[in-house]
Write a protein that binds this ligand. Structure first.
Ligand code: 13P
Ligand code: SF4
Length: 306
């Protein structure tokens, strides 16, 4: 085993720490992680761990969510630079203005949002459970933020709810254009195109399958097909190719990378655990309101871990 991984494992045992890693991390991070997955899975794991320290190899809002779910635990983020550019597109004031412009409509926020924003939304969702969460509200209209493309995808899938979206987006997924899909289909005519719903609707419309990180991975693993064009972050391709070498996974386009997800190295993780930094804290009042929004999602969500 890699020396740094051994040192991390020793610290984990000494400090009763657990490492949660998102699938978009550098693949080397998995060697030290206890749980690797998408944002729903990781928040479920955070909610039920009995570790004293949770180190989050992910972006800021994920560590913040873990802290809200586990206020008595120490939550660490190795590199503070790792914010989600989409989550940062809506502030509390912008949310208030959005709600004022569309009064008395249930508000659903993507988990990719700040604690302050969650504290004034009715329920949150991840890309894995967005359809189920919106459907559970039994509303004719909902407000969805910050990701306009995920919101519009949910509206199309459900067909029965008007989804009014905030104009936020993921700069990484928005780099993928329909021309990229067409070009790759010409190059790999037998391959299936699997896309994340954060992609522009013109991409989702021509993909063979649209789903969350976990849904894309599950679809590719279970399919009889051998070749896949993946229209989401590179970490998904790296993990699928590593774990299923008998199949071929092709990233739709070079550099579909979330730069903020890639900050944490194994050395950063070791240093963070050793020094117990950077500790994530959330204002108690905000946290208790945001917890309602997250808890409601976990209750409705199909996994039903909570
Ligand atoms: P998942 O909910 O699929 O983990 O996605 C999180 C994310 O940030 C996608 O860009
Ligand atoms: Fe945020 Fe996009 Fe990065 Fe996901 S890929 S963490 S939505 S910036």
């Amino acid at each position: 085993m890699n020396e740094i991984v051994e040192k991390i494992n020793k610290l984990k045992r000494e400090k009763n720490a657990v490492i949660l890693a998102h699938c978009y991390q550098n693949a080397e991070v998995d060697e030290a992680a206890d749980f690797v997955g998408d944002s729903l899975y990781l928040s479920q794991m955070a909610a039920k761990t009995d570790a004293d320290i949770i180190l989050f190899a992910g972006v800021y809002f994920m560590a913040q969510t873990a802290k809200i779910l586990c206020p008595d635990k120490k939550v660490l983020l190795p590199r503070l630079e790792s914010g989600c550019r989409m989550a940062d597109m809506i502030t509390l004031n912008q949310l208030r203005e959005f709600k004022q412009n569309h009064p008395n409509i249930p508000t659903v926020c993507y988990i990719n949002s700040t604690a302050e924003v969650k504290s004034e939304c009715d329920i949150c969702c991840t890309s894995s459970n967005a359809i189920k969460i919106v459907d559970s509200l039994k509303a004719d209209e909902i407000l969805f933020l910050p990701d306009t493309y995920l919101g519009k995808w949910v509206e199309k899938k459900l067909g029965s709810v008007k989804v009014t979206t905030y104009p936020g987006f993921c700069p990484t997924h928005l780099q993928i254009r329909p021309d990229d899909v067409m070009e790759m289909r010409k190059k790999y005519p037998d391959a299936l195109v699997l896309a994340h719903p954060e992609c522009h609707q013109s991409v989702s419309a021509i993909a063979d399958f649209v789903g969350s990180t976990t849904a894309i991975m599950k679809y590719a693993i279970e399919s009889d097909q051998k070749q896949f064009i993946i229209a989401t972050e590179k970490g998904v391709v790296d993990r699928l190719q590593r774990d299923y070498p008998e199949k071929e996974f092709i990233l739709i386009k070079e550099d579909i990378v979330c730069p903020n997800m890639k900050w944490h190295t194994l050395t950063d993780i070791y240093n963070a655990l050793e020094k117990e930094e950077h500790e994530i804290d959330v204002d108690k009042e905000i946290a208790s309101k945001a917890l309602k929004c997250i808890d409601r999602m976990l209750e409705v969500s199909s996994a039903g871990v909570k």
